[in-house]
Structures are given as C-alpha cells and as structure tokens.
Design a protein around this ligand. Structure first.
Ligand SMILES: NC(=O)c1ccc[n+]([C@@H]2O[C@H](COP(=O)([O-])OP(=O)(O)OC[C@H]3O[C@@H](n4cnc5c(N)ncnc54)[C@H](OP(=O)(O)O)[C@@H]3O)[C@@H](O)[C@H]2O)c1
Length: 329
C-alpha cells in the first residue's frame, strides 16, 4: 500500500507513524505530508528517512490510502482531491463527521457499514471514541435513554501548541498561549469554540457523534468538556440511564468481554483507570462502575484512553486495516 500521512509532523501524525510501524501495516511506500513550512523536512519511519512533501505533490503520487490529521480546513479542501485521484481518505478532523454521505467509524462497532464506494471516511472525535467503546455493548444489552458525560481532557488533545504552553508554564518560561488562560494548576470548562447554544463544539460532538456511530437517535447525550493540565489521556465521568435494569456483575463481565475495552475496577486495591496508566496503550479503560442510587436503571462509570492512540491514530489505522482485510481499497 502506498500510504500518505497528512499532518505527519503533528502530534497525531507522529503517533500515526509509530502505530503504522508497530502494527506492521503493509506500507510499500510512505508519503509524509505537511504544510509548505515543513516541505523537505526529514521524518524517520522504520529506520528510513523520508522527506516531507506538500499536498499537491502527494495527490499527484496517487496514494492508495491517505490518513489525514491536519485540521478541518485542510481536510475540507484536500480530501476530495485525493478521493478524485482514487485515494481512500481516513480523516481525523471534524470536517466530514456529521456529513450524512460520510461514514463515521469505530471499527469495533460499525466498520461493517464500509463499502468500496466510501472514499472519505471520518474518524470520530477522541472523547467520542472512548465513550462509545464502553457504551456500545451496554446499549445492546440494556438500551440507553440518556447519557450525561463530563470530560477531563489532556492538553495533547489540542495539539503541539498546547503541550508547549503547559511545558512553558511548568518551566516558568513565557511563551505562546494555546488557551485564553494558564492551564497549569487550572481547569478550563472550555474545549474548542463556544456555539450559540452556550455549548462548546467539543460538547456538541459528544452529543451528536454517538448517535451516528450507533445508528440510533433514540438516546440523548449531554456533555460538559473540561481541559485539565494532564499531558496525555482523556478521562470521562459518565452517567447512563437505561430502559432496562442491569446487574453490576453482568455490566463488568460484558465490558471485560468487549474487544478493546479493559475493566480496571477494584476499590479494595485502589484500582481504577488513570491517564498515566492508559498512556501509549490502545485500549479503553473503564472503572468506578457503580449504580447511581438516585434513580432506577442508572449507572456511573469512569472511562480513560490515550487520546492520541485509540482517540486518533490507532482508530484511523484500524479503519485502514479493515479496508485492506475486506478488499475495500
Ligand atoms: N490531538 C488529538 O488528540 C486529536 C484527536 C483526534 C483528532 N485530532 C485532529 O487531528 C488533527 C491534527 O491534530 P494534532 O493534534 O496532530 O495537531 P498539530 O500537532 O497542531 O499538527 C498539525 C499537523 O497538520 C499539519 N498542517 C497544518 N496546516 C496544514 C496545511 N495547511 N497543509 C498541510 N498540513 C498542514 C501540520 O504541519 P506543519 O508541521 O507543517 O505545520 C502538522 O503536521 C486536527 O484536525 C485535530 O482535530 C486530534
């Protein structure tokens, strides 16, 4: 496979290269792509050096697959150009996620919707992916009515500039700000931009994307997204009301049998998911599983995953693997 990685110099792009190599993805030719500022820059993949090229050059090389993580505007403009050249694009930005003509895919849940005609495929938002990984098996078993989620998101979810802001603050150095306020020793109830309804764009992604992925609009999601000073790994406090009652032991069993989900739940040993534990792992970790004692059929849990891996790079590459395994590219 001739594989273009668009945004290869960014946070997600770098992890993409790492995950491609780790999983031995069948790359016969790698095309690292970034902005004009980075053209000619060297990146290393499997001990070989490659020169970064611009988007125009990359399209003309007609890759089989292009893995995009270079922001929404780049995707909106360039994904169709790659698709026209015959490339299948898997896009990490929010550009195509809610487009009714594009599939929004978490491979463990709905990869079977993909066909050869899908030339631009959307990867969900990082906080959505870890949420639906835990919700999907529970929805099948007990049917969700309403989900209330509060996120505790790391600065790597914003990109290179935000990681630098946190590092500068820790080192006591003045530098460029990615956020309107300091992030060290702080919590910002503000992920992405505010919308007219008072929610942020991130919160609305969490409200809408799960319905599309689970192909069900009968449940609702209400979200509050908060940025905290962790370098990597997003955490979520999740309250789910079901139509049907559940047994806590069955919930734990169901989640532990779900591919890609790991249950870490033992209060006797202080065992629960944490960003430092999820770091550099592909699984979604679930713990603090308990009944909401204030109303019937309602569950509380805590979900953590590495936002750059399952939340971005790994999920994208799993989609690409599915396309290859099923001869859809
Ligand atoms: N961080 C996460 O947890 C996460 C999770 C899921 C999805 N995403 C999405 O993935 C995308 C990238 O995020 P990131 O965190 O990796 O950001 P980042 O660290 O800021 O990297 C951005 C990448 O995009 C490239 N780029 C920027 N403008 C470009 C242009 N006009 N043409 C070509 N390449 C361009 C940059 O190249 P230069 O180095 O040349 O500037 C760089 O390689 C965003 O759409 C984001 O929403 C991020």
């Amino acid at each position: 496979m001739k594989v273009a990685v668009v945004g290869a110099t960014g946070m997600v792009g770098e992890v993409m290269l790492k995950v491609l190599a780790e999983r031995n993805f069948p790359v016969t030719e790698l095309i690292p792509v970034a902005s004009e500022r980075s053209v000619g820059k060297k990146i290393t993949y499997k001990e070989h050096d490659y020169s970064v090229v611009g988007l125009e050059t990359a399209v003309s090389m007609r890759p089989d697959i292009a893995l995009f993580s270079a922001g929404g505007e780049t995707s909106l403009e360039w994904a169709p150009k790659f698709a026209e050249a015959g490339t299948t694009v898997v896009d990490n930005s929010s550009a195509w996620r809610m487009d009714p003509s594009k599939k929004l895919v978490v491979p463990e849940i709905n990869a079977n919707e993909l066909t050869k005609d899908d030339k631009i495929i959307a990867n969900p938002n990082c906080s959505t992916i870890q949420l639906v990984m835990a919700l999907a098996p529970l929805h099948d078993a007990y049917k969700m009515k309403r989900v209330v989620v509060s996120t505790y998101q790391s600065v790597s979810g914003t990109g290179v500039k935000a990681v630098r802001q946190l590092e500068n603050e820790i080192a006591g150095v003045d530098g460029e700000m990615a956020y309107p306020y300091p992030i060290g020793r702080n919590a910002l109830p503000h992920c992405d931009v505010f919308q007219d309804n008072g929610y942020t764009k991130e919160e609305m992604k969490l409200a809408k994307e799960p319905q599309k992925i689970l192909n069900d609009r009968t449940f609702s999601v209400s979200a509050t997204a908060v940025r905290i000073p962790t370098a990597g790994g997003h955490s979520e406090s999740v309250n789910v009301e079901f139509e049907n009652d559940f047994d806590l032991a069955d919930v734990r069993k169901l989640l532990s049998q779900t591919p890609g989900v790991v249950v870490q739940d033992n209060t006797d040993t202080n065992t629960y998911p944490m960003p430092i534990y999820a770091h550099d792992k592909d699984e979604v970790f679930v713990g603090r599983i308990r009944r909401d004692e204030t109303q019937p059929n309602t569950l509380n849990m805590w979900i953590v995953a590495d936002n750059l891996r399952k939340g971005a790079a790994t999920n994208t590459i799993q989609i690409a693997e599915y396309l290859i395994e099923n001869e859809l590219v």
